[in-house]
Design a protein around this ligand. Structure first.
Ligand code: ATP
Length: 298
């Protein structure tokens, strides 16, 4: 018997970042949107814990115990007092180290897959607590939809959202999230960084489902830091906007860039122009919100 869970990527339609706290973490006010770009994690009983991965970026995914899927299985097994005797296979479609929470998605998917495989029926609130221990973005991968994240991004409140169309431009090579936060610290040193607050304009635009209203409300406090580390992302922005995208922003810590478009037709046009421009490695089109980690087959 095996259990397969499908899990979405995310884009932060608002990413408000405050000054680093003494423990090094940055307070966030962020609005996550789950988009229709999915990884699938399959859990199968095995003599010992193992991880395999397939997909275009599979060679960049660690297969040892540092893999977030393996860490999720271990955390759940420890809580249940059992051995994490499971093989986890990741079918990876979410860009790696791209600011789309691919590792976090696999962690949430593995947690749900193992919970189902082992018949634990762990309450949702406890699964979310385990997710928060694994990483700031992991709880949202379980929840999906659209949600406001505060604290380090792990304290979630679902919010209303209409459906929106996106094009993602995947860059060559990833960016390390801690490195982007360090660059944020360097760029804001000496400046007074306000406490991050959810944007009422953004939340209203998201609920309205109107892309023309959402476009000017999108914001990412890490964007200057990502662009500072990857100045050529400005060329990607120009290519997508030149092809009619309503707005462009760096996805999370980058270097994936997200383009808001009006409809599927607009998405195809922007994706084609981005591919032809040579300013990105590849593109993906998606829409969201979509549900979080979901059991496909058990
Ligand atoms: P976030 O948006 O949450 O900051 P990200 O999308 O930028 O994350 P990930 O794809 O999660 O980045 O990968 C970050 C690093 O995590 C990778 O370089 C890799 O070494 C490690 N990692 C651990 N587990 C996984 C996994 N299952 N899939 C991908 N990367 C993983």
């Amino acid at each position: 018997m095996s259990v397969t869970v499908r899990v979405p990527a995310k884009v932060n339609v608002q990413l408000g970042v405050g000054a680093a706290r003494p423990d090094g973490f940055h307070p966030l006010a962020t609005v996550f949107l789950a988009v229709s770009l999915f990884d699938e994690v399959t859990a199968t009983p095995a003599a010992e814990p193992t991880v395999t991965c397939e997909g275009p970026d599979a060679d960049q995914v660690p297969l040892d115990r540092s893999n977030l899927a393996a860490r999720a299985a271990e955390a759940l097994a420890a809580r249940a007092g059992i051995e994490p005797a499971v093989h986890l296979h990741i079918a990876k479609n979410i860009p790696v180290a791209g600011g789309m929470a691919g590792g976090s998605a696999d962690g949430a998917a593995a947690l749900l897959a193992c919970d189902t495989l082992w018949g634990l029926d762990t309450p949702r609130t406890e699964l979310l607590a385990i997710c928060a221990e694994l990483g700031s973005d992991v709880p949202f991968s379980l929840l999906g939809g659209a949600a406001l994240g505060t604290g380090r991004g792990e304290l979630l409140t679902p919010v209303d959202a209409g459906s929106f169309h996106w094009v993602f431009a995947v860059a060559d090579g990833g960016l390390s999230t801690p490195a982007v936060f360090r660059e944020f610290d360097r760029l804001t040193a000496g400046a007074s960084v306000p406490e991050p607050e959810p944007s009422p304009e953004l939340l209203a635009a998201l609920a309205s489902g109107d892309p023309d209203r959402l476009a000017p409300a999108l914001s990412n406090g890490l964007q200057a830091a990502s662009l500072s580390l990857r100045p050529r992302l400005a060329d990607t922005f120009a290519a997508g906007l030149g092809a009619g995208a309503l707005a462009a922003l760096v996805s999370g810590s980058g270097p994936t860039t997200a383009f808001l478009v009006r409809d599927e037709e607009g998405a195809a046009k922007v994706a084609a122009a981005l591919e032809a421009s040579g300013t990105c490695r590849t593109t993906r089109t998606a829409s969201g919100p979509v549900p979080g980690a979901t059991v496909l087959s058990a």
